[in-house]
Write a protein that binds this ligand. Structure first.
Ligand SMILES: *[C@@H]1O[C@H](CO)[C@@H](O)[C@H](O)[C@H]1NC(C)=O
Ligand SMILES: *[C@@H]1O[C@H](CO)[C@@H](O)[C@H](O)[C@H]1NC(C)=O
Ligand SMILES: *[C@@H]1O[C@H](CO)[C@@H](O)[C@H](O)[C@H]1NC(C)=O
Ligand SMILES: *[C@@H]1O[C@H](CO)[C@@H](O)[C@H](O)[C@H]1NC(C)=O
Ligand SMILES: *[C@@H]1O[C@H](CO)[C@@H](O)[C@H](O)[C@H]1NC(C)=O
Ligand SMILES: *[C@@H]1O[C@H](CO)[C@@H](O)[C@H](O)[C@H]1NC(C)=O
Ligand SMILES: *[C@@H]1O[C@H](CO)[C@@H](O)[C@H](O)[C@H]1NC(C)=O
Ligand SMILES: *[C@@H]1O[C@H](CO)[C@@H](O)[C@H](O)[C@H]1NC(C)=O
Ligand SMILES: *[C@@H]1O[C@H](CO)[C@@H](O)[C@H](O)[C@H]1NC(C)=O
Ligand SMILES: CC(=O)N[C@H]1CO[C@H](CO)[C@@H](O)[C@@H]1O
Length: 878
């Protein structure tokens, strides 16, 4: 007991030294360099050097001290990074706050004849430069970056007609001012601009009666912010505060070109996106840059059309698409050089820059005859000819069922145009003896539609035998032979006919890894057909085995998904485990007795169903959107022994597939040849968080956050590697194992506004408090919730699946109380304000002990405060 107190006491002393030593002021006596940081007096904000993402550059930035995700709210040297934080220093010099790299001035507050004495980091996130009387000379709130914190003002100066601006970062790794900015205009509206001038969103003017902006009616729902607008003869500004100071919240002009409002969910350990505008990514002006095609349904949102590539692949990988796409072959416009037009179908036309009345053939010749014409479109109703001669901005791919789209003709050098159907070698390519392997050989189907060979998924080092579309620029695997048994070296592995089967042999000792597995079979060859079916045949050419009977995650046209009425078993599509691992994952699609398709988790738990097939209307009851389908011809077959569903494509030139995706959604996409991308046509379930156990046990799913899954406070991903690959199925594990013996303190962490998890047990009808004690008294109780209307006590004793975070303006949420080891609970300084954390501290034996600990805390905190008020610093003094 004595040693327990000693430890508690000394850990508080340690805490105190830690907190007391942190300075909040840069002065003649304290500069910032290397790993030193500045901490605001109550510990909300921290300043120091940071590196964004994987960047090698250092910046002076400000972030929330307490949040587990470093969230930068302000950067001093936005466009002038330093390369070494140890040789750089932020200090007061010549009356300004300056950042020096060696002797080079990198950044300065830039005041003339200033006599600044110190700079203090305030608890609201404002860095204030003061003279020796303490009067402010300069403040970071007047020099906003991408983030608008509560208390900061965005001003419009009526004399100069200029507004302050929030400006996005260039990319997640580069805080220099990007292309998107938000400012206030004369009419009291906020507007978002591209490149400082082109407006693509406006809040509409401020309505002083209703206290909302005209085009932002959802502000009415806002119950945590107190917005206010100020205007006099010389200026107007808009500011906001939080009704509840315990909440952490910010607005940011995001690199996506959207203004986003976030609040931090303390216990759920994540930023919750509360609101964003413009709603759709493709509404952001020039988001995909010149010649880029934006598609709200594809990932990434931007693609380059055929014959074009990203200007900078590096920026593109960092999701900075602003530089757009360039031609693979420069256009030549001299005599004898052939230019052609590539038609892009169903697109929203880019901003045009010239037009005239011309027939469609003359429109084409007019563009061809004008060397600066890059593209044209012909508007049939008005017979207008639209031409583009410079950048082609805001080209947008519409979904197939959207009828607003137009045809757009892009000028291309003839050498970049798609070739007519691949020269048809009509000889069938067969696997007879050893064909695949050895030299990394691949085989192609007769008309060149599909290809088979060894491949490596994403960055995996494993090899698999797979099948993909030969002609698509992005390798899209439709079938894998050895799904769960990769080989490590394609050079020594062989796919061959052996002992009457098709087998894959690995390595020097030729171990069989995979086989078609037929008994007493006399297979003679295997042929890859143009429909993507790999067929094993005997000498007479009769079918012995086909890959269409063993689908993986992809349902190609022509494949039948069968239900065998005698065995009551269905064939299944099964998702990959992750993008790097084709082994069967947790999600599968199958047909059931009632003629409905259903999606299952872990082979048994159903979370989506198509509803039964309706033979009259030829659609599934719960999939009315099938009516819109004009490219697939679905058909259903049923007799006494089996039923199946299959489909074909009306226009065989189209490439299309259905996939049981790693996301747990069934997705139907078709390839847009000229636009060079897969277009998602349809998916179910619509919302990611409706996928059963998508975030695994204890994972929290939020449809609006990226990534969709987070672990609650006190938990971490079971496998960070899988998590990074977007395989969340293993869920989260406790940082500290729960102990349930005498004298060990367990507490409950409230998670607010969540959808309660499945697999609950009803413990009884009790009051809220009894429910909590009941859970605490049961060592296997992991969490509880109390239903006020029915007074029911709900408990979870095993896995906690399907925990879902709702958005703040959604009122159906509940509070779940998650059992945690006391050591993983938020420290009382961060959560002990007014939030109603329910803490059952009764397990500690004696009340006296609690009182003593409290006393120690009070003494230490007083000591801390006095020490801070006297301005003592135990280190960091230079
Ligand atoms: C800073 O240093 C000066 C001279 O070195 C000293 O007079 C002053 O008291 C110091 N201020 C603080 C707050 O320590
Ligand atoms: C800066 O100093 C720290 C500790 O002194 C050291 O760990 C780090 O490697 C140094 N960084 C550079 C870039 O030299
Ligand atoms: C400081 O003085 C320079 C030259 O005298 C002038 O260009 C600059 O605008 C001044 N800066 C401020 C912040 O007043
Ligand atoms: C710190 O100060 C800020 C601004 O005064 C306040 O909003 C916040 O609640 C305080 N935080 C803590 C942990 O006391
Ligand atoms: C932004 O505008 C400036 C001129 O104000 C121009 O030089 C620059 O090229 C524009 N940037 C883009 C990406 O168009
Ligand atoms: C809202 O903000 C205004 C202006 O800052 C202030 O006068 C008012 O008291 C605030 N209202 C509440 C409820 O905090
Ligand atoms: C307008 O208000 C600002 C404070 O926000 C003040 O500095 C300025 O003097 C005011 N102008 C007039 C004309 O009252
Ligand atoms: C049902 O149809 C399948 C072909 O899809 C056929 O092989 C089977 O013999 C049929 N069963 C009966 C009872 O007709
Ligand atoms: C704001 O704080 C209150 C009290 O701590 C809490 O109940 C509420 O959930 C918080 N809201 C957000 C969005 O964090
Ligand atoms: C700048 C310009 O000419 N814009 C025109 C583009 O085309 C639309 C109609 O498609 C016209 O309304 C714009 O004036």
């Amino acid at each position: 007991m004595v040693s327990f107190f000693f430890c508690t006491l000394s850990s508080f002393i340690f805490l105190c030294i830690h907190v007391c030593s942190a300075a909040d002021t840069i002065s003649a006596n304290f500069t910032l360099s290397g790993d030193q940081t500045l901490l605001s007096s109550n510990g909300t904000f921290k300043m120091g050097f940071f590196q964004p993402g994987n960047s090698a550059n250092f910046y002076i930035g400000m972030w929330y001290q307490e949040l587990s995700i470093q969230t930068i709210v302000w950067v001093a040297n936005r466009d002038k990074p330093v390369s070494d934080k140890n040789t750089s220093v932020l200090r007061i010099s010549d009356g300004n706050l300056v950042l020096l790299d060696g002797n080079n001035l990198v950044w300065s507050t830039g005041l003339n004849s200033s006599s600044a004495h110190d700079a203090v980091l305030q608890d609201d996130g404002n860095l204030v430069l003061r003279d020796d009387s303490g009067s402010p000379l300069w403040q970071s709130f007047d020099h906003l970056g991408d983030t608008w914190l509560p208390g900061a003002k965005i001003r419009y100066d009526k004399r100069t007609k200029k507004s302050q601006r929030l400006t996005s970062w260039t990319s997640s790794e580069d805080p220099s001012p990007g292309l998107f900015s938000l400012e206030l205009d004369e009419s009291t509206a906020y507007k978002i601009l591209w490149n400082g001038s082109t407006q693509y969103w406006s809040s509409g003017p401020w309505n002083s009666q209703s206290k909302i902006f005209d085009s932002v009616p959802e502000m009415r729902l806002n119950y945590i912010y107190n917005f206010s607008f100020f205007s006099n003869e010389t200026e107007s500004y808009f500011t906001y505060s939080l009704y509840n100071h315990a909440n952490v919240s910010r607005f940011a002009m995001d690199v996506s070109g959207q203004i986003k409002q976030f609040t931090w969910l303390n216990n759920n350990n994540q930023w919750n996106l509360f609101w964003s505008q413009p709603r759709q990514q493709c509404q952001v002006y020039a988001y995909c840059g010149s010649f880029g095609i934006c598609n709200d349904k594809s990932q990434p949102f931007c693609q380059c059309p055929r014959g074009f590539s990203p200007v900078s692949q590096k920026d593109w990988d960092l999701k900075d698409y602003s530089a757009g796409c360039v031609r693979n072959t420069e256009l030549q416009c001299s005599r004898g050089v052939i230019n052609e037009f590539l038609p892009l179908t169903n697109v929203k036309l880019p901003d045009n820059n010239s037009e005239g009345l011309l027939g469609s053939t003359s429109c084409r010749s007019a563009c061809l005859g004008n060397c600066s014409c890059m593209a044209y479109a012909h508007e049939e109703t008005s017979n207008r000819c639209l031409m583009w001669s410079k950048d082609v901005l805001n080209l947008q791919q519409l979904e197939e069922d959207n009828s607003e789209g137009s045809m757009f003709y892009l000028r291309l050098s003839a050498s970049d145009m798609p070739r007519n159907s691949p020269s048809g070698k009509s000889n069938k390519v067969m696997i007879i003896g050893a064909v695949l392997g050895s030299l990394g050989v691949t085989i192609s189907s007769s008309r060149g539609t599909f290809k088979m060979g060894f491949f490596q998924p994403a960055t995996s080092s494993n090899f698999y035998v797979g099948m993909w579309y030969q002609q698509l620029p992005q390798q899209t695997i439709v079938w894998v032979a050895n799904r769960d048994k990769p080989v490590s070296d394609k050079k020594t592995s062989l796919l061959k006919i052996s002992n009457g089967n098709l087998v894959l042999l690995d390595g020097n000792n030729q171990t069989p890894v995979w086989s078609t597995g037929l008994n007493s079979s006399s297979a003679h060859d295997a042929v890859l057909q143009d429909d993507g079916n790999l067929v094993l045949r005997d000498e007479s050419g009769s079918l012995l085995w086909q890959s269409f009977d063993h689908p993986g995650d992809t349902w190609l046209p022509g494949v039948k998904i069968r239900y065998d009425k005698r065995t009551k078993k269905s064939q299944r599509l099964t998702s990959w485990t992750s993008v790097e691992d084709p082994s069967p994952g947790l999600f599968s699609l199958e047909l059931d007795e009632s003629t409905a398709y259903k999606i299952l988790w872990n082979g048994s738990t159903q979370y989506w169903s198509s509803g039964p097939w309706n033979p009259q209307s030829k659609l599934f009851d719960s999939v009315p959107e099938m009516r819109l389908n004009y490219i697939f011809n679905y058909s259903f077959f049923s007799n006494a022994t089996e039923s199946y569903f299959t489909y074909s494509i009306y226009n065989t030139a189209n490439i299309s597939r259905l996939v049981m995706d790693v996301s747990g959604q069934i997705r139907q996409s078709s390839w847009l040849n000229n636009n060079n991308q897969w277009n998602l046509f349809w998916s179910q379930p619509r919302q990611q968080c409706l996928v059963y156990s998508y975030c695994g046990s204890f994972g929290i799913c939020s449809s609006k956050s990226q990534p969709f899954c987070q672990c609650p406070r006190g938990f971490r991903p079971k496998s960070q590697k899988d998590w990074d690959l977007k395989d969340y199925s293993a869920g989260c594990v406790r940082k500290t194992e729960l102990q349930c013996s005498r004298g060990v303190v367990n507490q409950f962490l409230p998670l607010t506004n969540v959808k309660l998890p499945d697999n609950l047990e009803v413990w009884g009808i009790t009051s809220f408090n009894t429910c909590g004690s009941a859970c605490l008294g049961n060592c296997s109780c992991m969490a509880y919730a109390h239903d006020e209307s029915s007074n029911r006590c709900l408990m979870w004793t095993k896995d906690v699946f399907n925990l879902q975070q709702f958005e703040e303006d959604y009122s159906e949420g509940n509070t779940l109380y998650l059992r945690l080891s006391a050591s993983d609970m938020p420290s009382s300084s961060t959560s002990g304000k007014s939030n109603k954390a329910v803490i059952f501290g009764t397990v500690i034996g004696s009340l006296g002990a609690i009182a003593l600990v409290l006393l120690a805390v009070i003494i230490m905190l007083r000591y801390c405060r006095r020490k801070r008020m006297r301005g003592e610093k135990s280190d960091g003094t230079l």
